[in-house]
Ligand binder design. Structure first.
Ligand SMILES: Nc1ncnc2c1ncn2[C@@H]1O[C@H](COP(=O)(O)OP(=O)(O)OP(=O)(O)O)[C@@H](O)[C@H]1O
Length: 292
């Protein structure tokens, strides 16, 4: 059952909130309300255990950075939350809906509520950018007239910071950064409250990456989005993430604002957050704040 807030009022927490020690409050419309709730997640591939008893909360209105070494299961976690992979065990709720449910209406509701930018953009190469953005509109809003669908696609393309003439181009005619923006436009097609980004700045030059970070923050604030952002990019973490979830040892070992993460006594965290690249990102963050 879903109430007006989009949450299931009957859902009783089976396990405690895993990150009460790390409660951000108040700013930018963030709240303690979990919009995504994962408990006891288990993912295995044959003998390989990727997640074991993993818990995670993502709060409404925040940008959560998800980090961890290569192969720690960030993408598998995202795919599990989106219902694209069936885990071996665990509970996953998205907007109060059981993401593991086979119920078609539940599945479609989660699909309508989530926009996803996959690492490679995942655009259809034979369709123009405009046609790509219209794909989810065609699937979920068959009632829309072609002209309105076109106008909506144009609006999303502009929101993603692309010029109007990008609408009629094929993905192969765009730069890597523009393809990311086209993928973002498609992710925003249905006005989802939840945005999933898998390494959005990978492959971009530093200026393009910083511009993409600013775009994500601006859109998140303007549209009130909640963002689940997988990244290896320290600049992104420092510049725009409200909290950071660290995947290690097959689970989320911490989920907190970056200042608290930096202070953790964990070998991967020490290496990642206290190396020269982290120091450079802290300096960049200071100049970002000055420019705000
Ligand atoms: N379909 C699959 N079949 C078998 N193993 C898989 C499959 N998908 C993922 N894995 C394994 O699960 C582990 C976690 O993969 P995942 O892609 O989630 O890692 P990641 O943290 O996103 O890594 P990276 O930072 O390198 O992108 C890896 O060891 C990967 O090989």
């Amino acid at each position: 059952m879903i109430d007006e807030s989009g949450l299931d009022p009957t859902a009783a927490p089976r396990r405690p909130d895993p990150d009460t020690a790390a409660a951000p409050t108040g700013t930018r419309g963030r709240s303690r309300e979990p919009i995504i709730r994962v408990r006891g997640l288990v993912n295995r591939f044959g003998d390989q255990v990727v997640h074991e008893d993993l818990d995670l909360d993502v709060h409404r209105g925040e940008i959560l950075g998800v980090v961890g070494g290569s192969g720690t299961g960030k993408s598998v976690l995202m795919r599990s939350i989106l219902g694209l992979r069936t885990p071996q065990a665990g509970e996953i709720e998205v907007l109060g809906i059981d993401a593991r449910s086979d119920d078609i209406e539940s599945r479609r509701c989660i699909e309508r509520s989530t926009g996803v930018l996959f690492q490679d953009g995942a655009l259809f190469s034979s369709l123009t950018v405009g046609e790509n953005v219209q794909v989810p509109l065609r699937e979920h809003h068959r009632e829309l007239a072609d002209s309105l669908r076109y106008e909506l696609a144009l609006l999303k393309v502009k929101l993603a910071g692309l010029p109007a003439d990008a609408l009629d181009k094929l993905p192969s005619q765009l730069s890597g950064g523009m393809r990311k923006r086209a993928g973002l436009a498609r992710a925003l097609a249905l006005d989802p409250p939840l945005l999933f980004l898998d390494e959005p700045t990978a492959g971009l030059d530093p200026i393009g990456a910083a511009a993409f970070d600013r775009l994500i923050r601006t859109l998140q604030q303007a549209l009130g989005l909640t963002v689940f952002l997988i990244t290896h990019d320290l600049d992104t973490l420092y510049a725009i993430c409200d909290r950071v979830a660290v995947l290690a040892d097959r689970r989320v070992v911490a989920n907190a604002p970056i200042a608290e993460i930096e202070a953790l006594d964990h070998p991967w965290v020490r290496e990642y957050f206290h190396g020269p690249r982290a120091r450079a990102a802290q300096v960049a963050k200071a100049s970002w704040d000055d420019g705000q």
